[in-house]
Structures are given as C-alpha cells and as structure tokens.
Design a binder for this molecule. Structure first.
Ligand code: ADP
Ligand code: MG
Length: 593
C-alpha cells in the first residue's frame, strides 16, 4: 500500500492558512493597514475598488523593504517582528505571525512597490497565487505600496460567498475605524472607487473620534482616565443619554490594538447601571495600556481576542473609572462649561496647589455597605470585584485627574450657613455642605483603610484616653483599622496613648472621636473586615465633617466643592441622604413666567 500521508504543497497550505486570516476584503484591509503602522509610517492611504473585491491597496511612507526582504515577506512564517518564542510575550507590533502576506498572495494578485529610505531604487514584485510572476526595479518614493487585486480569484466558492458591496464596504470601514482610532497620531486617507471617504489628519484622540463620527459626538464625550500599577486606562465614554439600542460605538484597545472582550464590555455596562433604559447599550472608546507580558494575543487568528493575566482587577479598574467619570458628569454636565477648553489638557485642576495624590478606592466596591439601596450591586457582580479589591493592584488605584472644570471661586456662595450654591450655565446646584463633606471624608477614610496608607500627623502632646472593658475589647478588634487610618496609638492597660492622628483630624476632637469609634462599632461582629471598615469610615466622616450652621470662607466653600466633585459617588451621603438638588434655568423661568 502506498503512503497515505503526503505533505501539502506550499500553495495549498497557504490557501488553508488564508482561510483563517483572510475571510473577506476587510481582512486584507486590516492586515495591510497594520503592516503599514508597524512599518513606522506617519501617513497611510487606503484605496479600494468595488468594496475591495477588485482592489485593496495600502500606500505608506514607512521603512520599506530591501530586495531580499520583499521576497521573504511573502513566505509563510516570515516576519521581522519576532525571533524567539519569548518575543511573543513582549509584543509591540500588530503583526507577529508572518502569515498575512503569504496568505493574501495565495489567493489574489499582489503587486508590491517598496523602497527603503537610503536606497536609490525601489523594488517591484508581482505574485499571483503564491507564484512570483515578476521582480523588477522601479523608482517609487520611500515606503511601501501593496495592491491586492482579484481577491479569491482561485477560490470561486469563497468569492461567491462574499456579500453585497454595501456589506463588504461596511466591514472595511469598521476595520479602518479601528486602526484609525488606535492611532490618532497618524494621518489616514481612504478612497473608495475614487471618492474620498476619510481624510484624517494627525491629531489627538478626541478630535480623531470627532473626525470619524462627526462633531455631534463632541459634546457627548466623557473623558476617562485612570492610572494604576496594573494598567493605564484612557479614552471616552458617551453620555448615557446617547446610548443606542444597537451595538454601535464600542471600542476597546489594548496596547493600541482593537480587541473584543465581552468581559470588559460587561464592566463598562455595569458602570452605567441605573443610567440606561433597558436594552440600551453604552458607547465607549477605551484604551488600556498594559505590560505586554500580562496579556496573550496569540489565541485567535485575527488577534482580536486577548487573554489577560488579571482580568478581575481590570474589570474593577474599568468599572470604577467609568463610574467615577459618569458621576462627575452627571453633576456637572460638560455642556455647562466652555467646551474644548480643557480638551487637550485633561488635567483641569491646573491652579490647585499640588498635593500627594490620595489613594482612592471606589467606595461602592464595598460589598457590605448598607447605604446604597438605589445602586446596590448585584450579588454576582460584586463577587468578582471583591476578589479584585483584596489583591494588591487595586490598592494602588488612584484617580490621576478629576476631569471637571471647577466653577469659578467668585461664583459660589453659602446659603443659610447650610448649603453651597453653585450656579452653572443652565442650572444651579444647591449642595448640602455637611453631607457633601461627609461623602468626601468617608471616601478618603475608606480608601485609607483599604490601602493601609492613611497619612499620620504627629501630635505635639500625646493624648490619653481611658477605656472601660467593653471599649478595650472593641479597641483590640479595631486596632488594625485605626492604624491604617493613620492613628498612632500605644495601648496600655485601661488606656490609650494617642501619639499621632489621621490628617484633617483636629487634636481637640481626638478623644471624643476615639470614644465614638469604640462605641459606634460595637455592634460589629468583627467577622467582616469590610463591614467594620465601612462603619469606622462612616463614624469618622460623621464626627469630623463640617456641620450645618457652620459658616465657611469662600476658599473653604471652593475647596469643599473641588473635593466633592472628585468623589466617586456624588448622589448620596454615606448615610444615604441626597447631597444636592439642581434647579434648571428652565424651571426658574417657568416659575417666573
Ligand atoms: P507579520 O506582520 O506578522 O510580521 P506579514 O505577513 O503581515 O507578517 O508581513 C511579513 C513581513 O513583511 C513583516 O514582518 C515586515 O517585515 C514586512 N512588511 C510587511 N508589510 C510591510 C510594510 N508596509 N512596510 C515594511 N515592511 C513590511
Ligand atoms: Mg502583518
């Protein structure tokens, strides 16, 4: 019997590989655009005819290829981007498999012109169905042009399988959007049948989004920014009012690569919880930067799925950051301010005296918090988050920049020694000073406890607090939390000697505060660290907050608002009381009509 097994000829193997990578003209567009980006180009042109069925051409001004490289580029597994397996875990390029060009050349007519910067001549290579037809010299500008004609000419079944031009063009535009959104720093041009569809100059992300989707999106973009040791997150979400029923503008990029992740999508949806009508989906353009070692992109032929090492923490970071920004913009819609003023410089608190950035942990992560009746996380949702908050990366979660423009100092004023009035362009906020301050302190203390990074101030004269036996027992179970908050306490039979206290804690209040803390938490079973921490944070916030009836200097009012608008939650106090009301200009006008 003759051998049953034979090696497939290369061109057949290539066709099979092509089936995985190249499914339709849009796949060619994706691969060619990504190669152009990888080549370090700064201007990239996409030219297509008949929705890519007749022609897909990409012209770049990148590094080009020499006479040897141009041949190798079309060999299978020929890549300049990785050498050893380890490189797979430190990828900085889009490509790395070295099979796209080989696959494309197996199922189309491909004409390449390329020139490296210092060479005088360019090289031209024509390939049809994996066969080199012609290699000549020419005089083209620096960079590379690859034209892919008659896609699937040798696989009629595939060609017939293609959808109408409208559908195929839609897919191509989608791919184009993804690459253009990943690289606002590059110029892109796109022509279909000789008609210019896009001319996108080099710009910043906000303008790139607007350049692609139109200026109506500009006022709807809510900036997101978060830096943690695990990941950097930037980008925008669309205001909840703009949510659509259909899947629309939902973009995740990881290290500048578009990816799909139902899991991270869920995190964003979760942050929008309560803000969207049922069935509506949020829009977003979110960019994660992670150490390439912590992700695996090699799990899917088109590289749009990624495995993350620490998915739970990413989920928590995303949810928290989006929630935070939505919170701010709910209170202070951007429409109320001059738009674009802070567009390129997202850090809006420019005039603030720099201070050590506080470590903040989303208060709503606290699964035992009783106050959030309206926004209580569902069981299965917080479980994942809780596991994240206990691990170290989350403790590093910091909000690098509260992205709001603060109202001008002269415009706020105090009313009845109880409220701060904050007039905006089309509305007025009336903020309960005591509740707002409770919210600020609560978040601060809770994050100090969770991160164990409470800042301590030394007391000039240590304070002694005597304890009864119940308080003594209570102290023992609270000691760790008090320390995390910044208390420096020496315990000596029946008494505490307080040598240091948390920031913002006036020495005159320390004794009563300790007494409150050791009594207010005595209901606690001690079983749940978080529940205990929450109670302590609440008790501290209550004791140390500004009271109703306390008159405040303009500067104090201003600082209070600054801090308040930086809170993760702005709707309710830690005791679930509404913090502010808004009065719309229209309402006032109606009342006075
Ligand atoms: P990969 O991108 O995975 O390396 P490809 O088959 O897409 O594989 O490309 C093979 C090689 O050809 C690349 O590694 C690169 O060296 C070269 N190449 C492809 N396109 C370009 C381009 N536009 N400019 C310069 N070099 C290119
Ligand atoms: Mg490639």
């Amino acid at each position: 019997m003759s051998n049953r097994i034979t090696l497939l000829p290369d061109h057949v193997a290539n066709q099979i590989a092509a089936g995985e990578v190249i499914q339709r003209p849009a796949s060619v567009v994706k691969e060619l655009l990504e190669n152009a980006v990888d080549a370090g180009s700064d201007t990239i042109q996409l030219i297509i005819k008949d929705a890519g069925k007749t022609l897909v051409q990409v012209i770049d001004n990148g590094m080009g290829m020499n006479s040897k490289d141009i041949r190798l580029a079309f060999e299978r597994h020929a890549t300049s981007k990785i050498n050893v397996a380890e490189d797979l875990f430190a990828l900085n390029t889009k490509g790395f498999r070295g099979e796209a060009l080989a696959s494309i050349a197996a199922i189309a007519h491909v004409e390449t012109h390329t020139r490296v910067q210092n060479e005088e001549v360019s090289h031209c290579l024509k390939i049809e169905g994996s066969k080199v037809i012609e290699q000549t010299l020419s005089t083209q500008p620096k960079g590379t042009s690859i034209a892919v004609k008659s896609l699937f000419y040798n696989i009629p079944a595939r060609r017939n399988f293609l959808k109408s031009d409208t559908v195929e063009l839609r897919h191509i535009i989608d791919e184009f959007h993804r690459v253009a959104l990943a690289h606002p720093e590059l110029k892109f041009l796109f022509f279909n049948n000789g008609v210019e569809l896009f001319d996108l100059p080099k710009t910043n992300l906000r303008k790139r989004i607007v350049g692609i989707f139109g200026s109506k999106l500009d006022p709807l973009l809510v900036p997101i920014e978060e830096t943690t040791t695990l990941a950097k997150l930037t980008g925008f979400v669309l205001k909840p009012t703009h949510a659509k029923k259909t899947r629309g503008q939902q973009f995740f990029f990881v290290n500048d690569r578009f990816i799909r992740s139902p899991f991270l999508h869920h995190a964003v949806c979760n942050a929008f919880e309560g803000l969207l009508r049922p069935g509506f989906k949020p829009g977003y353009f979110l960019y994660l930067e992670l150490n390439p070692k912590t992700i695996d992109i090699n799990i899917h032929p088109t590289k749009t799925e990624v495995k993350f090492e620490d998915e739970q923490s990413l989920y928590a970071i995303l949810r928290s950051a989006v929630k935070h920004s939505l919170g701010i913009f709910q209170v202070m819609p951007t429409l109320d301010f001059e738009q674009n003023q802070t567009m390129d410089v997202p850090y809006a608190f420019k005039n603030k005296v720099p201070s050590t950035p506080p470590i903040e942990v989303d208060s709503s992560f606290n699964p035992f918090q009783e106050t959030t009746s309206k926004r209580k996380p569902k069981m299965e949702q917080w479980e994942g988050l809780y596991s994240g908050i206990q691990s170290s990366p989350l403790e590093e979660v910091t909000h690098s920049s509260p992205l709001v423009e603060v109202p001008q100092a002269t415009r706020v004023f105090q009313l009845f020694s109880k409220y701060i009035v904050c007039p905006l362009r089309t509305r007025m906020l009336l903020i309960d000073q005591s509740r707002a301050h409770q919210r600020i302190l609560y978040e601060r203390f809770l994050s100090a406890i969770t991160s164990k990074k409470g800042v301590s101030q030394q007391l000039l004269f240590p304070i002694t607090v005597s304890l009864n036996s119940q308080q003594e027992a209570q102290f023992k179970s609270s000691e760790e939390i008090l320390e995390a908050l910044g208390f420096e306490i020496k315990y000596d039979k029946n008494a505490l000697e307080v040598m240091g206290s948390p920031e913002h804690c006036p020495p005159g209040k320390i004794e009563s505060l300790i007494e409150t803390l050791l009594s207010e938490t005595d209901q606690d079973t001690g079983e749940e660290h978080f529940s205990h921490a929450d109670q302590v944070a609440k008790a501290m916030a209550k004791s140390l907050s500004i009271h109703s009836g306390q008159s405040l200097e303009l500067e104090e009012q201003q600082r209070l608002l600054d801090d308040f608008f930086g809170c993760k939650e702005t709707a309710v106090s830690p005791f679930n009381k509404q913090i502010f009301i808004t009065l719309e200009k229209g309402e006032i006008e109606q009342k006075l009509s």
